[in-house]
Design a protein around this ligand. Structure first.
Ligand SMILES: [Zn+2]
Ligand SMILES: [Zn+2]
Length: 233
């Protein structure tokens, strides 16, 4: 990311609007991430998230014989199971999202890491609409393509019509469930990305965050996790 760097750097100046502050501790929300899968640490003004990509919940995609295997006879399975793929991913995000620039569209790939340790994808599948692949999504809105196991829909394994943390997206903004802890109900002031600025269960100061938008998606009977655009790049 290109920064407009002031000539002098000050830890005390509040007049600087473009200089990213160097945080001294991880945001409290990161404590909710699956510690068996993820290693999360500060690197200057960035947060690095290394993950095995292996979620701490059941799915048919673990494959028979695994302790987290779940029989899901109605799922139209893709050819891959968890143990046959390399699911590992590392992302680096801003510790303090830059909300001042233009929005950025999401791509077909990992758009964020969920608290389970697995990836979040957008509303596209191989460059097309998700509808055609919807039959292969498991009970928690995820599947394995040629790459990593990933969620497209509200991941019911850890958020189901509530205000739970879903994960963090590539722009460093946290994604929450369909409800907001600030009001305990569906927010009515969301922007096109599903974002707004309020207190959260992880911050007593208002901060910008996304929600899963409370609109059923197509033939899935569920909700798209995040379709973009990013507001925090
Ligand atoms: Zn997919
Ligand atoms: Zn909210």
């Amino acid at each position: 990311m290109l920064l407009l760097v002031p000539i002098y750097y000050s830890c005390t100046s509040s007049a600087s609007t473009t200089q990213e502050e160097i945080p001294t501790s991880l945001h409290a929300a990161y404590s909710e991430f699956n510690a068996d899968a993820t290693t999360i640490y500060l690197d200057g003004s960035n947060v690095v998230i290394e993950t095995t990509g292996l979620p701490n919940h059941e799915t048919v995609y673990w494959g028979e014989g695994n302790s987290l295997y779940r029989d899901e006879p109605t799922v139209d399975l893709t050819p891959s199971i968890m143990s046959s793929n390399n699911n590992a991913t590392t992302i680096t995000v801003d510790a303090t999202p830059n909300l001042t620039g233009a929005t950025v569209a999401t791509n077909f790939n990992t758009i964020g890491i969920a608290v389970s340790g697995a990836s979040i994808f957008n509303d596209q599948e191989g460059g097309g609409a998700l509808d055609a692949a919807a039959g292969s999504l498991d009970w928690t809105g995820a599947h394995i393509g040629p790459g990593v196991y990933h969620y497209h829909l509200e991941p019911k394994a850890f958020t189901n019509d509530d205000d739970s943390l879903v994960g963090v997206l590539l722009d460093g903004v946290f994604l929450y469930g369909r409800k907001c802890s600030s009001t305990t109900t569906y927010p009515t002031d969301l922007d096109t990305s599903g974002g707004h600025t309020t207190v959260t269960e992880h911050n007593t100061e208002a901060e910008y965050h996304y929600h899963i938008i409370n609109e059923l998606y197509s033939n899935t009977g569920s909700y798209i996790a995040f379709a973009g655009p990013y507001q925090g790049y």
